[in-house]
Design a protein around this ligand. Structure first.
Ligand code: MG
Ligand code: MG
Length: 252
């Protein structure tokens, strides 16, 4: 069931989104060679709690962290660990969720660690740009397939591949709500978008093949060919015109 949010609910979604966005900025500012993903996770956790919210991911399906932190060929759902140390040249995906008064924000970014390859930088920027291609069509009256097609066409035309095994989703009182929002699709197909829908739109883009597998820890998703993957996600509110980005804050 797709849930349309009223103005009171969207106000809470904006607050949850703001906390999520600020937590991600804090995480970004900690990134350097030598830091463990556990240290970043702890900072994200403590900040969300300080804001009067709770980390949406902590305990979700048994997940042991407040952030999913995934390095290089890890696509999503990386488990924070003292043994996972960032190194110069890595790319790191940080995915954060915060629940505030019953409503969730969900957002992810991919960051370079020090100096990274030109290919890695291009992968990161194409992934981000594909999200903004989706924003051009994510509005009342269009369809979920318009969003997926916009992402897919942009990514494929730039020579990268789309992860199909995982998708974006509705977000609200539940972290994952209907509808599923694939990062591929056919324009004009799928559920219709309505003002008041809140969606987590999140392209996952691989440098090599689209195939992924799950590691023995039962969480970490990695690319099948060991090549790099990037992720970019915001929670957005669908309106009659441009969507409102719930998990983006200006930085001053
Ligand atoms: Mg997420
Ligand atoms: Mg999500």
């Amino acid at each position: 069931m797709i849930i349309i949010k009223n103005s009171e609910q969207t106000a809470l979604m904006k607050k949850a989104g703001r906390i999520t966005a600020e937590a991600l900025l804090l995480a970004r500012d900690m990134i350097r060679p030598g830091i463990s993903t556990k240290e970043i996770d702890k900072r994200v956790h403590d900040f969300i709690i300080k804001c009067g919210a709770t980390p949406s991911f902590l305990g979700y399906g048994g997940f042991p962290g407040s952030a999913c932190i995934s390095i290089n060929d890890e696509v999503i759902h990386g488990i924070p660990s003292e043994r996972k140390i960032l190194a110069e040249g890595d790319i790191v995906k940080i995915d954060v969720g915060a629940r505030y008064r019953g409503y969730n924000g969900d957002s992810a970014r991919t960051f370079p660690v020090g100096k990274v390859s030109d290919e890695a930088l291009r992968l990161i920027s194409v992934t981000e740009e594909s999200f903004y291609e989706a924003m051009k069509v994510a509005r009342h009256g269009n369809r979920v397939g318009d969003v997926g097609a916009a992402i897919e066409n942009f990514v494929i035309s730039n020579g990268f591949s789309i992860v199909r095994a995982y998708t974006g989703h509705g977000v609200g009182a539940e972290l994952h709500e209907d509808p599923s929002v694939p990062n591929y699709g056919r324009a004009g197909r799928g559920p219709r978008l309505y003002s008041g829908m809140t969606l987590a739109i999140e392209p996952m883009v691989n440098a090599g093949v689209e195939d992924v597998r799950v590691l023995k820890d039962k969480w970490t998703v990695v690319t099948a060919d060991g090549k790099l993957s990037a992720h970019y996600e915001n929670s957005v509110l669908i309106t009659d015109s441009d969507p409102i980005l719930l998990t983006v804050v200006s930085e001053n």
